[in-house]
Write a protein that binds this ligand. Sequence first.
Ligand code: FAD
Length: 352
Amino acid sequence: MRSETDVVVIGAGQAGLSAAYFLRRAGLEFVVLDQNAGPGGAWRHRWPSLRLDKVHKFHDLPGMAFAEQDEHRMASEVVAEYFDRYERAFDLPVRRPVEVAAVRDEGERLLVESAGDSWAARAVINATGTWTRPFWPHYPGQETFTGRQLHTADYRSAEEFRGRHVLVVGGGTSAVQLLIEIADLASGTTWVTRRPPVFKDVEFGPELGREAVAKVERRVRAGLPPASVVSVTGLMRTPQVRDAEARGILDRKPMFDHITPTGVVWPDGSEQRVDVILWATGFRAALDHLAPLHLREPGGGIRMEGTRVAAEPRLHLVGYGPSASTIGANRAGRAAVREIRRLLSTQREALP
Ligand code: FAD
């Protein structure tokens, strides 16, 4: 079935819900489409050992406090409960499960298509995050490996690796957290990263946050793919990290040259037998459904002006690039709605 509305929001994570809150306040007609079975955005899929005391900082959505006191509860459960309360409190029209397959330019409107229904909208706010696009780099011999390979998106518990040698690939916070978790049960761990990791002793405060956001913002303004926040801020040397360093868990090796059926080999010929390769190699923005709009620049990214796509002013990307954090997603939701309100009122004034 085809329907018409002012705005379609794609994705009901932090960014999509924040946008929906401001759309509700602006009195615009809208619908939120989300492919998940229930509330929580990507958080509902995060591994059980990611408890609240292990996340950096989870910011409230606009208009309602998160207010969870128990730091030992699973982030996946608590955030899903919070988003559920939020959607009901503000009566947000979230339709799920609806996976958006394509967004097309129909002239006056943008057509948002799923397998069953389609929505013709005056503007679209895309808030699809990255979780559904885990990034697996390719290394020679990878397909010959006879052990287990998994991505952090599939990680559930360190218990699965008891007595096995685990190789962790990647230089981000998740790689470090999972290495520390797995090291207690595994027969051994090896950590490889492309670049030497940079640990910082300063606390991740507002100043460092602003610097990181500004760097990523410059990239997307220039039409480059957004960089991960860790690549611009470095890793925090928490007491847990200091302890792991002292125990030798974070003795990092450079990238190996190739993978064999039983392990990995470095350029100097040295070899490590491993049972498991855990790819903690991050995620990419989930934007395949925007392909019909041909937005990619030669640099590989989408050129942005704030949250607005430079080449398509009816489309905003929130939770993308510089706004890919819970606080950034909140701000982006508000900024996108402010601009869309202006755009729609200009369109209405122009009507005969
Ligand atoms: P998501 O939460 O990913 O929501 C996107 C939604 O879009 C999902 O519900 C998805 O199902 C839906 N979707 C995707 N594609 C489609 C489609 N085609 N059609 C319909 N629906 C679709 N940030 C912090 O600020 N603090 C932290 O402590 C923190 N910890 C993190 C820990 C981990 C392990 C990771 C991976 C990230 C962490 N982040 C943290 C980053 C943070 O999760 C995100 O920046 C923010 O929560 C993402 O919100 P979002 O709304 O952009 O995306």
